[in-house]
Ligand binder design. Structure first.
Ligand code: ADP
Ligand code: MG
Length: 245
């Protein structure tokens, strides 16, 4: 596994003031791999995701996307950022734009596609996430699960090499969680490289190639889901699992 690294972090460190939120983080995500990141609240999971997309700067260490170091700014940063799509807990759709326009917008602005081409691609992707019939609605007319699937279609519309999900189902009512996880499972099966922060342990068991357990800004365990769930090594992971399982 991880013979062909797509996302690589080497000795990454970050503070928020006195708080050391990322401590010597080294992590390699191979092409086609699904890595689920779990850990207690405040352990640095979101900061890790945001650092991979340079939504947060880091103080030391290197982050590489498909072998290219992520620069601090400039054209190369914008290009590499577009290679890694991000899906957040809050869907962040434009309320005053239709579902179709939400998926098409960045294709025109960032990828330079014509509107017709972008709309065609958007309709394909909406079909893929099971929302072909919702294209002309506005976000508020959709359920939370549907809105999150639009957000996934929007991320896919940039043709990313990898997708990061930061608790994509945490804001959803229970009955909507599965429809989002199902789309994510399908993407995983199709070979999409994914980093997924989630508390959905069923997803971690069934879809992850690796589970990364974080605590206090460190990666404490990085193992297969079978190993992690049946025989966690660290006290931190044992304690965490005893609380959530
Ligand atoms: P997680 O996603 O695992 O819950 P986060 O990465 O969001 O953890 O946060 C890690 C730590 O950094 C927490 O203690 C949080 O309060 C702190 N933190 C996160 N963002 C900021 C910020 N912008 N400024 C100051 N502290 C922050
Ligand atoms: Mg978080």
């Amino acid at each position: 596994m991880a013979v062909d690294p797509l996302i690589e972090l080497r000795d990454v460190n970050k503070h928020f003031g006195p708080l050391h939120v990322l401590r010597d983080i080294s992590l390699t995500v191979g092409r086609g791999e699904v890595v689920v990141v779990i850990g207690p609240s405040g352990s640095g999971k979101s900061t890790l995701c945001r650092a991979i997309n340079r939504l947060e700067t880091v103080e030391s260490g290197t982050i590489l996307i498909d072998g290219e170091p992520l620069p601090a700014e400039g054209k190369d940063l914008a290009r590499l950022r577009a290679e890694v799509g991000m899906v957040f807990q809050s869907f962040n759709l434009f309320a005053h734009k239709t579902v179709l326009a939400n998926v098409s917008l960045a294709q025109v602005k960032v990828r330079g596609r014509g509107k017709r081409e972008a709309d065609l691609r958007s309709r394909e992707l909406l079909e893929r996430v099971g929302l072909a019939d919702q294209a002309d609605k506005f976000p508020a007319q959709l359920s939370g699960g549907q809105q999150q699937r639009v957000a996934i279609a929007r991320a896919l519309a940039m043709d990313p090499k990898a997708l990061l999900f930061d608790e994509p189902t945490s804001a959803l009512d229970p009955e909507m969680i599965n429809e989002v996880l199902e789309v994510m499972r399908q993407l995983a099966q199709e070979g999409m490289t994914m980093v997924v922060v989630t508390h959905e342990m069923g997803f971690a068991r069934s879809a992850a190639n690796r589970v990364v357990f974080m605590a206090d800004g460190r990666i404490v365990e990085d193992r297969s889901p079978e190993e992690f769930f049946t025989a966690p090594e660290s006290d931190r992971a044992k304690d965490f699992l005893s609380k959530i399982l």
